[in-house]
Design a binder for this molecule. Structure first.
Ligand code: ATP
Ligand code: MG
Length: 283
């Protein structure tokens, strides 16, 4: 049995639980329980505060975990990283009141900065050669300038709307973060094997998220040209249509290249293009 630690309730929770579900792993999720055992995979889920996850995994209380890089690196445990998961993307930024005339990071020299991430901030300031007084507070960092605690803050930003509603402006990006899977360095061979199985499924889910299944009709004399424009896992599938002179082409395209490809194949004569999501993808 492998034990995974995920955030009990917060910005990582839904995406972490969804990833486990999309891997085809079932469990009963009761918000009252601290732990739940999966029914069809040797996995036990432990629900924790996100700040506690790196420590639990480092100590081997949990075997693996899902946590933000911001918390992991702040706690000096980045060596536990297995791989980035692509969700909960955000950044740690410095912000000052809107009215502040800010020109460069040197302006922060000698100033008071409130943050929940003193280590990440200190590393950034050291790199820039700036000396400031860091005030570590555990929450509601954005109100610090308003109550006279600090001239600047360093906090997590995604859209920036929290900053704006508190009369602040983002001036420096300190750290870029996303959710990562972490693992204890001392897993037994048996647990390592379960982790490999889980990773295999996670990769299939991640690949499928980026890929789309595409079906289109092509005049037979355009099949070669259109096939060359279509990326695919091996080569596109070509099936005859009931209508003489036409075929149906099936393939897989990457979300990122999607619009560009659609335009090109339309110009080449493709018709009736259908694009559908893929649930799992094994290469
Ligand atoms: P806990 O009660 O578990 O300690 P928390 O309040 O410390 O929770 P959350 O606000 O739920 O933490 O954020 C958890 C993680 O989600 C952050 O450490 C960060 O990696 C990421 N995150 C935070 N804010 C955002 C955001 N606005 N958009 C995307 N990801 C975010
Ligand atoms: Mg926390």
């Amino acid at each position: 049995m492998l034990r995974i630690a995920i955030q009990k309730s917060g910005r990582l929770s839904d995406d972490s639980l969804n990833l486990i579900r999309e891997c085809g792993i079932s469990f009963v999720n009761s918000s009252l329980k601290l732990m739940t055992e999966c029914t069809n995979f040797p996995l036990e889920i432990l629900f924790l505060r996100d700040d506690d996850i790196p420590g639990y995994v480092a100590d081997g209380v949990a075997d693996i975990g899902i946590v933000g890089q911001n918390v992991l690196v702040e706690e000096g445990k980045q060596e536990l990283t297995v791989e980035a998961l692509g969700f909960s993307k955000c950044r740690l930024s410095l912000a000052v009141p809107k009215s502040t005339n800010y020109t460069s990071v040197q302006d922060l020299d000698g100033k008071n900065i409130a943050t929940s991430y003193p280590n990440l901030l200190q590393a950034f300031l050291d790199e820039k050669g700036v000396q400031a007084n860091i005030h570590t507070i555990s929450g509601s960092v954005e109100i610090a300038p308003g109550i006279g605690l600090a001239e600047a803050i360093c906090d997590i930003v995604s859209s920036g709307s929290t900053l704006i509603s508190n009369g602040l402006k983002e001036v420096e990006r300190v750290f870029k973060s996303e959710a990562v899977l972490i693992a204890s360095p001392q897993l037994t061979a048996e647990k390592r094997q379960i982790l490999e199985k889980l990773l295999f499924r996670i990769h299939a889910v991640q690949r499928a998220r980026r890929a789309k299944y595409i079906l289109l009709n092509s005049p037979n004399d355009k099949i070669d040209e259109i096939s060359r424009l279509l990326p695919s896992m091996k080569a596109p599938t070509v099936l005859p249509l009931a209508e003489e002179g036409w075929s149906s082409l099936h393939s897989v395209v990457n979300e990122d290249d999607f619009w560009e490809i659609i335009e090109k194949i339309k110009d080449a004569g493709a018709q009736g293009i259908l694009v559908v999501p893929i649930e799992k993808m094994i290469v």
